[in-house]
Design a protein around this ligand. Structure first.
Ligand SMILES: Cc1cc2nc3c(=O)[nH]c(=O)nc-3n(C[C@H](O)[C@H](O)[C@H](O)COP(=O)(O)OP(=O)(O)OC[C@H]3O[C@@H](n4cnc5c(N)ncnc54)[C@H](O)[C@@H]3O)c2cc1C
Length: 493
């Protein structure tokens, strides 16, 4: 039986919180979103630095249809959310001087592999077909369904997923499959990198995650014409159209529980009663700070977190024609880099550097003949390391690497600068340790060890966002908001 017209509180306005708010308001509920920051979007926010604009967090946009589906519920369309499909996924720079462009078009990508690596493209194109198969066989189960409800395991799509098990490479790591099938070192490193799309380690993560390249090569990568921030802005606009009330600068201190039922939230000494509470805050601090009197699922909270990052936002007084929107400058020692991040919880002396330049497609993001560089390296989560010293050291290492490869003194071109590190990511979004994607997927059980989208002990309490099922990244968070909305709508609480 559907249960509509509930009063619902959502804690946080990240991607998942916004997705849940839109769906629940559209279904006829009264929805209030309480956000600690003065702005919406959580990790997906923006800021300006002099004449440069930066998207603060996510830069890679896949599966735009998920955003359009939400906007459609408020009568909005691509007209209000214009975006383009990218012809080039990413520019890759290897330490041995090799440069490779990941074209979306497979024929062009094949020609690039032949020209730059002297390779027969056929095995790579076959590999991408397998990635497609894995994606299609498993995403209905692992991404679009709850793994914590019996009905999922009796559905046709689950049976289809189960039938595909022999072809999913469950018993080897991403790297092992890539090494076995692709062999050529540049290619292996290229495809290993997809583990970082959910903050994982390709030398540990199961090969089923080698489905990720299908997102980029098979389906495509996109860019909202007004920058990534347009995703947040359009979702907030849709939510408001549907009557969602936003309350900014409202940090929730407690989830009120009586007789094993969530009955509202508390901000300072102010108690606000609701029928349903949805936490879009990271599940770890949700239990530790908002549910202190309740028993926490310790076995789930101790799971390994995804990587975090250090990001330098640089206003650069020069135009670099050899760079595109997404650029990767690979480490010479990829395995060592992941060991440093995940095992030693430190930084490698030669980190892989990602440079995102949105002004390539949105010229107003930087002054004429200048570029807004978002320069990121993967980092361990914060466990009290000496980040200030590491940031100074990393800045020098990155500048040396980029200056050498681009044959330009990059340091001399920096007009203005700011830095984001794991401590600040945690401060700004409550993400535990500053992890970018919630739990890492560094073992084959990881999908089953994320917290469910509902509380098994407290009625009327739900969870959405990167730290719970199905995981981090914009598309998965939007799916998590959808799963929660369906559960709330179907519940008899
Ligand atoms: C630097 C960086 C780069 C990334 N790159 C990509 C990328 O390229 N592509 C991609 O798909 N994903 C990327 N991600 C991951 C992606 O941004 C996240 O997975 C996703 O945005 C998380 O959404 P969420 O719903 O979990 O909410 P979050 O963004 O984590 O937001 C949670 C919100 O809850 C609020 N909140 C927390 N506690 C409280 C409280 N007590 N009271 C009120 N409000 C509270 C916070 O202020 C915040 O606004 C990146 C992330 C980062 C940080």
């Amino acid at each position: 039986m559907k249960n509509l017209n509930k009063n619902i509180a959502i804690i946080g306005s990240g991607m998942a919180g916004l997705a849940a708010a839109i769906r629940l308001a559209h279904a006829g509920n009264s929805v209030d979103v309480f956000e600690a920051n003065s702005y919406p979007g959580g990790k997906l926010s923006e800021f300006s630095q002099g004449l440069y604009r930066f998207d603060a967090g996510p830069s890679l946009f896949t599966l735009p249809q998920l955003v359009l589906d939400l906007l459609a519920l408020a009568g909005m369309s691509e007209k209000e959310f214009p975006y383009i499909q990218l012809e080039k996924g990413c520019h890759y720079f290897y330490e041995d001087g090799t440069r490779l462009i990941a074209y979306h078009n497979s024929e062009k990508f094949g020609q690039e592999l032949e020209a730059k690596l002297g390779l027969d493209p056929k095995p790579v194109l076959d590999y991408l077909e397998k990635a497609k198969f894995k994606y299609q066989a498993t995403s209905p189960l692992f991404i679009e369904s709850s793994l914590h409800q019996l009905k999922t395991f009796t559905s046709k799509k689950t049976l289809k997923g189960l039938a595909a098990i022999p072809k999913l490479n469950l018993f080897e790591t991403m790297h092992q499959q890539n090494q076995r099938e692709l062999k050529e070192p540049h290619l292996v490193q290229f495809f290993n990198r997809y583990a970082t799309y959910n903050g994982s380690n390709p030398y540990q993560a199961p090969a089923i995650l080698n489905m990720i390249p299908h997102l980029e090569h098979g389906i495509g990568t996109f860019f909202p014409k007004n920058g990534m921030i347009q995703i947040t802005n359009s979702l907030v606009e849709a939510a408001k159209k549907l009557g969602v009330q936003f309350h900014f600068n409202q940090k929730v201190d407690k989830i009120l529980v009586e007789n094993k039922q969530a009955i509202g939230i508390q901000i300072g000494s102010n108690r606000k009663l609701f029928d349903t509470v949805i936490s879009n805050m990271d599940v770890h601090p949700t239990y530790r700070k908002l549910l202190q009197e309740q028993e926490a699922p310790e076995n789930l909270l101790v799971q390994e977190k995804s990587s975090s990052a250090i990001i330098f936002y640089w206003g650069i007084k020069k135009h670099f024609p050899e760079l595109d929107l997404h650029n990767i400058f690979f480490s010479k020692d990829y395995k060592g880099e992941f060991e440093a991040i995940f095992k030693q919880k430190t930084l490698h002396p030669d980190p892989t550097v990602y440079v995102n330049i949105s002004s390539k497609y949105l010229p107003s993001d930087a002054p004429e003949n200048c570029e807004n560089w978002f320069v990121m390296i993967n980092a361990p989560t914060n466990i009290g390391q000496d980040w200030d010293a590491w940031i100074a050291q990393t800045r020098e290492r990155i500048l040396n690497k980029l200056s050498r490869i681009l044959k330009t003194d990059i340091g001399a071109l920096i007009e203005n600068e700011s830095v984001l590190d794991p401590r600040l990511i945690e401060q700004k979004t409550s993400s535990f340790g500053g992890s970018l994607y919630g739990n890492a997927s560094n073992n084959k059980y990881a999908a089953f060890l994320r917290h469910a989208n509902f509380s098994k002990k407290i009625k009327g309490l739900y969870f959405c966002g990167g730290s719970v099922h199905p995981g981090g990244g914009i598309p998965l968070c939007i799916n998590s908001g959808k799963l929660v909305a369906e559960m709330v709508t179907d519940s008899k609480d």
